[in-house]
Write a new protein. Structure first.
Length: 469
């Protein structure tokens, strides 16, 4: 590992003397005799360590540091001056300096200070390499953020990741709360430790306590003879993601609050609390404040979980992300189903961008999975999407399989996509005798989405006629 060091001092002899003292085989040292010269050099080259004279001829050393941070944000800065005092040192450290030394100090002191800074840089780089290798092996699923709102959310998430605070992620079902929780974990200093997730509504209340806390051997009838390590203990030094946190019983809410506040827990059947360092990230698609009003959720736990909060927007409010997400899923399904879809046609893209997506990202992914199973084409068109709306039928006659025979003759100015959507909805209602639930299943969409289309195309008033047709 070769370190890039930049010495900036307006006294040529001092700068060269520092270079001579600090030169080793693992260091490349650049010298500048003014702040302007240093800034020019950093336009084409990045440095690991800057040694800055506190008083330069053309600018203040603090001003230079602030400029340098724009191009070398991850670098370490050491100030050196002939006019050292406590006030100067404090100002330098507040500006972001790693250390502060005087020019008349023993060369060994200067070498030691520089070596300590380089050791810090080496450790950072090793951690980054380790993090990158872990990402490649078992890292988080990719976060798509082309929309302004998602870009801002990821910036906030990265800041939260650098702390150990509890985080509450809210948003509709299917918006990717679990993916965001993984992202936060792998951006944090806990990235090399476990990330464990549990959906609180999928496990019966009487089993949830043992899943979370574990139990001692013989703690209850039917307990495993060796006891059990719970998720909270297994996630020690890592992250535990609790999805649908509103489903926890009041008793478990109280125990979770105790863990967050005290960083210790009790296995079932144990009398000795155990220390644990587990970060909690929780998520919900319900209004916890309303649950508090209804006495179904503890307010003290809510405030402890809500130290840092992120609200994920529904997919319909981040339209810029829909096509990038679709391409990501298509790439995934190309590999899984051995397909070769290379692009999305304009008519399909128009539908994907403008669909209501009440089920959010999960609904989009499920639709594309059905499409990819059925298609044999290399371009995803709206016609291919239509096939995914309709179940297979062995009888391909027009009477029994009307969805495969849409005959559209749009007049000038008519939106072809919307007209085809309307006809699909009408035919589904006809085939199902206006049973909305059956029609929604036939179309492969949630009933709420069907209701949206009925309102959009003003078809509610036509349902009696369709039922008798």
């Amino acid at each position: 590992m070769k370190f890039q060091i930049h010495i900036v001092d307006d006294e040529h002899t001092v700068a060269q003397s520092l270079k001579r003292i600090l030169t080793t085989s693992e260091r490349e040292i650049e010298v500048s005799n003014s702040g302007y010269e240093a800034l020019k050099k950093t336009e084409t080259k990045s440095f690991d360590l800057f040694i800055l004279d506190y008083r330069l001829g053309d600018m203040d050393g603090i001003q230079l540091l602030e400029h340098l941070k724009n191009t070398n944000a991850d670098a370490i800065y050491i100030f050196i001056t002939a006019f050292g005092n406590v006030e100067t040192a404090v100002r330098a450290m507040k500006a972001g300096a790693f250390d502060f030394i005087q020019k008349d100090q023993n060369p060994e002191v200067i070498r030691f200070t520089v070596q300590r800074a380089l050791d810090t840089i080496r450790l950072r780089k090793e951690v980054e390499l380790l993090k990158n290798s872990i990402f490649q092996e078992r890292g988080p699923r990719k976060m798509v953020a082309e929309s302004p709102v998602m870009k801002e959310i990821l910036q906030i998430a990265e800041k939260y990741a650098q702390t150990d605070c509890t985080i509450l992620i809210t948003g509709e079902t299917g918006t990717g709360k679990n993916v965001l929780a993984e992202f936060i974990h792998y951006q944090s200093n806990r990235f090399n430790n476990p990330f464990l997730a549990i959906n609180c509504c999928t496990i019966p209340a009487n089993l949830m306590e043992s899943e979370l806390f574990g139990y001692e051997k013989g703690a209850f009838t039917g307990a495993h003879t060796n006891g059990k390590v719970g998720l909270i203990e297994r996630a020690n030094e890592g992250t535990l993601f609790l999805d649908e946190i509103g489903e926890l019983t009041p008793d478990l809410q109280a125990k979770l609050l105790y863990i967050i506040e005290r960083q210790e827990f009790l296995r079932i059947g144990s009398v000795e609390p155990q220390k644990v360092n587990t970060r909690i990230i929780a998520a919900t698609n319900v209004d916890l404040e309303k649950m508090i009003e209804e006495k179904n959720f503890r307010s003290d736990l809510y405030y402890r979980l809500n130290v840092a909060s992120i609200k994920l927007p529904p997919l319909r409010e981040r339209k810029e992300d829909i096509l990038p997400l679709s391409k990501l899923f298509i790439e995934e399904f190309n590999k899984r189903f051995n397909k070769n879809v290379k692009q999305i046609a304009d008519d399909a893209a128009d539908y994907l961008i403008n669909a209501p997506w009440k089920g959010n990202i999960r609904e989009l992914k499920n639709l594309l999975e059905r499409v990819m199973i059925l298609t044999e084409e290399d371009t995803l068109s709206f016609r291919e999407l239509q096939k995914a709306f309709t179940p297979f039928s062995n009888d391909h006659s027009p009477e029994k399989n009307a969805f495969f025979s849409l005959h559209l003759n749009p007049s000038k100015g008519t939106n072809l996509l919307q007209e085809s959507q309307k006809q699909l909805v009408i035919q589904a209602l006809k085939k199902c005798n206006c049973n909305r639930s059956s029609a929604a299943r036939m179309l492969g969409i949630p009933r709420t989405t069907l209701n949206f289309y009925l309102k959009k195309f003003d078809l509610q008033s036509e349902e009696p006629a369709l039922k008798n047709s």
